[in-house]
Design a binder for this molecule. Sequence first.
Ligand code: DOR
Ligand code: ZN
Length: 425
Amino acid sequence: MTAYLITGVSVVGGEPTDLLIRDGVVAAVCDGLAADDATVVDATGLVALPGLVDLHTHLREPGREDAETVESGSRAAALGGYTAVCAMANTSPVADTAGVVEQVWRLGREAGLVDVQPIGAVTVGLAGERLAELGAMADSAAGVRIFSDDGHCVADPRLMRRALEYVKAFDGVIAQHAEEPRLTEGAQMHEGEVSTRLGLTGWPAVAEEAIIARDVLLAEHVGSRLHVCHVSTAGSVEVLRQAKARGVRVTAEVTPHHLLLTDAKAESYDPVFKVNPPLRTAADIAALREALAEGVIDIIATDHAPHAVEDKECEWAYARPGMLGLETALSIALDVFGPRWDLIAERMSRTPARIAGLTGHGVDPAPGVPATLTLDDPAARRVIEPAELASRSRNTPYARMTLPGRIVATFLRGEPTVLDGKAVK
Ligand code: DOR
Ligand code: ZN
């Protein structure tokens, strides 16, 4: 195993120092290190973060390998500074059995670029009617701990209650896609001034807020863990704030796009901006940013949602919802929060690793810990070119935007997955 000497690096925003990686772990962190056998990485001006952890990634394999594979999504993740991703269950077939989650987990191991932790479906076929084999998925080689019907809401309150009860036995988590389906029938974008003007059917904020309010009460009643996917409204933040103040075991995520882009993007009728939940208003963005800084929202998760050209480059009403996220998330976080490195490490690595129970991830580089980290150049500026992304899909909402930061290197247990800004394999 090659040793790496990373010189002049700022560890999570601290004073520049040297960092030696040997035998898969951080062997030393201090000034003036030397190691004859090590490959030197000049990291002057770079910041080392614990490898990023994405709690919400769509990898599309099995079923839509034209849009993404476990391998292409893993490569996109590594290039974005990630060392672990949780793969959502809405594949084809759905990841609702031990067999499918083990397949995804094994493909992740074979790709070897990030740790791929499968998420299991809550209900059979995501149909919202019968609980899937949660126990079998938990006991499988994939060791599933997070279950989600993401893309669909577990709308039936009795089923949601049963799911929360079931996973309590092994400290599992139900990750809810909060969308009351009766309130979003035919919805095309956020319900508000812009949807009225464009004449598009609206997706009201209350459809999200009502489910979160219900589910925090259910989680409280059962004493189980709830995670809320892609929180998008100011009202949801208030529901979460109250629930957390009462001690409910709830965590929540926000996506990079909900922290940056507003519903005004729909005026272009460019389906690249169609996403579920939809882009909201500037007031929602302000509330989400504040909630993330405070910790009412625990983490940034990408909801990386690759879609093939024919599913995305068509009329708005027919386009699938979803946006790429893995290769741009850290840049958006830097754009929104500036160099608040401790906040970024907390919200993009330490806390998501803890929620997902991923040992060896989310740990700051220090002597003896796994060398699972990423190096970012905050002074770099890059223009996002969709054709240059590693994802098999092209649906980034940031095309041709100039974003701050660039991932220079990523290490997974001491092995580089990215060096000089390029994937190693
Ligand atoms: O925009 C979205 N795309 N939201 C979801 O909940 C699902 C996702 C997908 O699978 O494409
Ligand atoms: Zn999703």
